[in-house]
Ligand binder design. Sequence first.
Ligand code: A2P
Ligand code: MG
Ligand code: MG
Ligand code: MG
Length: 322
Amino acid sequence: MNYNLAKEIAIASIQQSAQLCQQVRENIPKAIEKEDKSPVTVADFGSQALICKALKEAFPNIPIVGEEDATALRKPESVDTINKITGYVKNIIPSATSDEVLNWIDYGNGKVGDCFWTLDPIDGTKGFLRQDQYAIALALIVDGEVKLGLLGCPALKLSQGETGWLFVAERGKGAYRMPLAGGEMIKQKVVDKEDVSRFRFVESVEASHGNQALQNTIAQSVGITTESVRVDSQAKYGIVSSGEAALYLRLPSPKYPNYRENIWDHAAGAIVVEEAGGKVTDMYGKPLDFATASKMNDNRGVVVTNGVIHDTVIQAIRQENN
Ligand SMILES: Nc1ncnc2c1ncn2[C@@H]1O[C@H](COP(=O)(O)O)[C@@H](O)[C@H]1OP(=O)(O)O
Ligand SMILES: [Mg+2]
Ligand SMILES: [Mg+2]
Ligand SMILES: [Mg+2]
């Protein structure tokens, strides 16, 4: 597999998708409610259409496991929505038709296997709607291991540089970030233990996506006394990978004890942190399973660290659960 070509196609398609998402955001999009009651917008669909089209043209035989699906858009009552999506896609691909856009979205109905992409066209739709953080997350998984991960964060501002970053990581070759609009690649490195000023922890904004009380207890028990930084989406992985936080905790929400994490919500972020020297496991220290299904049924929670504090965090969680 030519990972360089894959990276190039992925970067270009995420840049296109970020343009579409930002255009939608300027027009204050409305949430559409999905069957599972979670929100989706014309940007989620438009982003999935653009990225799936680009990937399928370059790699026709590699399935794409994407979050969104066009079934609901094919109903007669959804004609306004699909026309709106196609309008945005046409700003990038003028020749696009609604039928093509529907088919491009449904390229994302691939199944997990020995080599596949997984795509969250907008991770953190609630953040996107709130005009806060969101991410465009794409990963390539080969023989059960994440080989490539790309995280487009159009609204992310770090301690230096402009707003809007694209994180790129290839297994064994390090993690980098570049300005989303293009520019030099900056090598990523997680925070050292000594750098206490950046010894912070990040967690979701949405209380229902984690267990904020327990997350704060665990963070304090490993010496992080500052308030948590609440950020939507996998941008949290980019922040840990950039060394601007030491810990991202995502413990099961007491409200949804049976919730299982989707692979598209973590694959890209995981390699972006691991290739910067960090570590990503579930709350028991088990590796995340990206190979078996689109949901990580045998994992509970997600723990993301700078590596050096990982075992201490897992130990602290174990103690709290006894
Ligand atoms: N109960 C839950 N626990 C953990 N994550 C959740 C839960 N409900 C939704 N999510 C997912 O959290 C992700 C956003 O993460 P964050 O809160 O860190 O921004 C979304 O992909 C969302 O999935 P979905 O889009 O399918 O609702
Ligand atoms: Mg969603
Ligand atoms: Mg999503
Ligand atoms: Mg998501």
